[in-house]
Design a protein around this ligand. Structure first.
Ligand code: K1U
Ligand code: ZN
Length: 173
């Protein structure tokens, strides 16, 4: 398993709508394993393929955060939101592609998602709480959307400038 570098905003690859995966090959299984490893290493609770430079509709997540609790790694291939609740919930979101920046985002509190698993079997689950927030955040990545796109333009510009500076500093180091 390999830890892959995570792209940092601003990057055009994070603004691109990703293509469907379709057939699940060994390459996709290896990529999913690498993404889980990369997510746990970061650490994070989710990761979408575009964040490691692959423009395909693949995401991983595990929102079990309690120390000592059994992990629940999920791999979602070609996920689709098939139902969203009227009720909304606000969470302070972060993003591994926008390090150390957090902001409140309001989204549907519950969503039903269908996807294909790594065995090629169709799956459906209703997500609530942090899982619902995380799966929506990750599916947004597949659609080239970042959590800062929900913020007021001034705040978004401020974060984007900070990230551009961070990238310049990292490139010089
Ligand atoms: O997609 C990503 O960039 C991952 C992101 C997912 C996410 C976080 C918060 C709300 C919605 C979606 C992260 O994992 S940021 C890191 C983070 O939230 C975290 C890190 C360590 C422990 C617990 C959470
Ligand atoms: Zn993110």
């Amino acid at each position: 398993m390999t830890i892959r570098p995570i792209l940092i905003h601003p990057d055009p690859r994070l603004k691109t709508v990703a293509a469907p995966v379709g057939e699940i090959t060994e390459e996709i299984r290896t990529l999913a394993e690498d993404m889980l490893q990369t997510m746990y290493d970061a650490p994070g609770i989710g990761l979408a393929a575009p964040q490691i430079g692959r423009s395909i509709r693949l995401l991983v997540m595990d929102c079990v955060k309690e120390e000592g609790a059994t992990p629940r790694p999920l791999v979602l291939v070609d996920p689709e939101i098939t139902w969203s609740s009227e009720e909304a919930a606000t969470y302070e979101e972060g993003c591994l592609s926008i390090p150390d920046q957090y902001a409140d985002v309001t989204r549907p509190a519950e969503v039903e998602v269908t996807w294909t698993d790594l065995e090629g079997k169709p799956q459906t689950e209703r997500f609530t709480g942090l899982w619902a927030t995380c799966v929506q955040h990750e599916i947004d990545h597949l659609d080239g959307k970042l959590f800062i796109d929900y913020l007021k333009p001034l705040k978004r510009q401020m974060i984007t400038r900070k990230m551009a500076k961070l990238k310049r500093e990292r490139a010089r180091a």
